[in-house]
Write a protein that binds this ligand. Structure first.
Ligand SMILES: *Cc1c(COP(=O)(O)O)cnc(C)c1O
Length: 356
């Protein structure tokens, strides 16, 4: 494709890559040498640049800090260990979701070519940061925030769109202990649960910390009206397997983040001949069918870990335990998804996006 965009490229004088040995690559802690930046001013995007990773100057009155117009995405790129190519997993889905979040937060859309071409150029410049090791990846964090220096409550007229990259090691999958949250809520119908806006995550920290003090890893959110129906978990969507049928909450209420991994897992389950029902699922049904021995597997899906098995699910009256050693479906889906993401399996759905 001929590049119609005027993206300035300013290279860092040297690389910090040698300071980050592969065994020290931790999710979200180390960042590559460059970042992509664009400014929204006077109704359009300008100053597109790949430049050395550096702090961002903002006014103390920066409206994102005061009122939370701030959204993000999480995407992964993988280096194919046979061909050495670096490919991104389904970034166009993240692009669409990013603009859904933007609209809900009264922020401007980022045009597809700025989002995609900015990401591609940045990864081309920092390609060496995509680790050449199985189960490693390059985490991509696009984000946008309001930059007006004005503390009146109204949508900002200026924004920054930035992409940073973080090389990431394997996520050692410890099966999760999950607490069914029936006091605090994450999302309500008509609210912002479907958006990846910063405030959703800050608001989840207190209930999550409380569950962690009691020995759990995460909470499973329930609906805000009755605390009856399952929503999702941390930064993961959830699936419940009853024999050969997988049930996952539907997206239509707007209280659930439409995970790209969720969408991909649904497709892989279909391919495996597993029935998938996107429907409301009550905690009561989960417990009743657990007691009858019908609930066979529970897992979470998200970009960070792909698929995480649930070892224990507790509400105030019942602890449900699962032995993932006996599971068939979740491990098979994980194997398939990992193979596609890492390039060792056939990409039959065209999910990988080439950076070169
Ligand atoms: C990002 C996220 C997910 C998972 O989405 P993926 O696109 O699969 O990474 C699920 N729930 C919440 C709340 C999230 O923020």
């Amino acid at each position: 494709m001929i590049d119609a965009l005027d993206i300035k490229i300013t290279r860092a004088p040297g690389s910090k890559l040698s300071e980050v040995p592969i065994e020290k690559m931790m999710f979200g802690k180390n960042f590559s040498d460059h970042m992509f930046v664009a400014d929204y001013i006077d109704g359009h995007w300008t100053n597109l640049e790949v430049k050395p990773y550096q702090p961002v100057m903002i006014s103390p009155a920066c409206s994102a800090i005061h009122y939370g117009q701030s959204i993000f995405e999480g995407i992964k790129a993988f280096r194919n260990l046979d061909t050495d190519e670096v490919k991104i997993f389904r970034p166009l889905e993240n692009f669409r979701r990013f603009n859904n979040s933007a609209r809900r937060m009264s922020m401007p859309d980022v045009p597809e070519e700025i989002f995609m071409e900015g990401m591609k150029r940045l990864i081309q410049v920092d390609k060496e940061w995509a680790p050449a090791k199985l189960d490693y990846s390059l985490y991509i964090r696009p984000f946008m925030f309001a930059t007006d220096a004005f503390i009146g409550v109204k949508p900002s007229s200026t924004y920054k769109f930035i992409i940073i990259l973080s090389p990431t090691g394997p996520y050692y999958p410890k099966p999760l202990r999950i607490f069914v949250e029936e006091k605090y809520v994450r999302a309500v119908e008509g609210g912002v649960g479907f958006a990846k806006n910063a405030g959703n995550y800050g608001a989840a920290m207190y209930p999550t910390a409380e569950a962690q003090r009691n020995g759990y890893d995460q909470v499973l959110w329930t609906d805000a009206c009755e605390h009856k129906y399952v929503q999702e978990c941390g930064t993961m969507n959830v699936f419940f397997l009853f024999g050969n049928t997988a049930v996952t909450p539907p997206l239509d209420s707007g209280t659930i983040l439409a995970g790209v991994t969720r969408m991909s897992v649904i497709e892989l389950l279909h391919e495996m001949g597993v029935e998938v029902e996107e429907r409301n699922l009550s905690i009561q049904e989960v417990k009743d069918r657990y007691k009858k021995g019908e609930l066979t597997e529970v897992f979470g899906t998200g970009t960070a870990a792909a698929i995480l098995m649930v070892a224990e699910l507790s509400d105030k009256e019942l602890t449900m335990k699962f032995d993932e050693g006996k599971w068939k479906i979740a491990p098979e889906v994980k194997k398939k998804l990992d193979a596609i993401r890492q390039g060792s399996g056939e990409d039959k759905y065209g999910w990988l996006y080439n950076v070169d």
